[in-house]
Write a protein that binds this ligand. Sequence first.
Ligand code: ATP
Length: 372
Amino acid sequence: MADSDAEDLVLTGVTKKFGTFKAVDDLDLTVPQGSFFALLGPSGCGKTTTLRMVAGLEELTAGAITLGPQDISYLKPYKRPVNTVFQSYALFPHMTIFENVAFGLRRQGKKDVKKQVEDMLELVELAQYGARKPTQLSGGQQQRVALARALINRPQVLLLDEPLGALDLKLRRAMQIELKRIQTEVGITFVHVTHDQEEAMTMADTVAVMNAGLIEQMGEPKELYEHPRTTFVANFLGQSNLIKAKVNGTDGDQIRAEIEGSTLRVPRDRAADDAAVRSGSVWVGIRPEKVFLAAGGTETSDGSNVLRRGRVTDVSFIGVSTQYLVRMPWGQELMVFEQNTGAREDFRVGDEVDLHWLPDHTFLLDADQDAT
Ligand code: ATP
């Protein structure tokens, strides 16, 4: 955790209006110094606008941005100790890789340029490429040059706006691990904008999930995945089955929720908020990979939640897993992902099945929101 005099990046009540449209709505967030922070959300939710306000490329309508003790809300972009890496690498095509990286240092009249550029090229694993021109590099290599160029001035904060968006999937996955390694090595605060949940979860210490100008939830990736507090987060990070149910009292630390004559049990600490429980109407959530399929009527005695009389409507073999769609008696189709370990029974379209899962893997959300 950051200590009290760390140079944290703090956004307080940050708002951006375009005309009457609020692209960013009263945002509060703290990015601890030296952390890898991801702003995750669908297209148009306000991620880039937030980043541009931190960079000074967009004026705030309201609120403040501070870096440690300094209020940077109204500083000119070039006066902020902040650099940005964009999806389009924006390298100078006529300059060598070395000169591209050296550019910022030369402009500031810095000494010892050669050593610093060589060290930086080493860091991004391009030590052999200094003499080349950008067009002689692959997309992934160009991206690393852009990163080196943005890091060479040792900014306090590096902003990354979908920097891997132009790369193919395999290269993107490799660069995610690479970016994380580089961030750990340089210790600079990284704020990374993406709509790719896997990317955010792979790299970031903290993820803020944004939706329609607001932060829905913020936390460590595992915490967000296992304890989503809204249906949006439950569906945006991975996939969820959300089953509408009625709360029917409690048993010790477990909440009982009824759906079509079945009782589902949910540990109280897996409920997003008590109001949902009191209101009586809830979404019971379960991740598809936490559900086991069993032939219809199979008995259990391990305290699992069970939903019976499902009918398999689709089977997709994905290699590592098989993905089933199962239609329940109330008409809803639920997803079940089973790992292909060879230890489980295969089912076919039309088979009657029961769904089993552990109460500890269940979560509970307020039904006062849409399922999607
Ligand atoms: P994407 O992933 O597609 O880049 P985003 O989450 O980064 O999306 P923003 O670019 O921040 O979204 O845009 C947020 C909203 O603000 C969008 O509805 C967009 O149309 C709107 N917007 C952004 N810039 C302007 C502008 N200069 N004028 C008017 N509306 C704008």
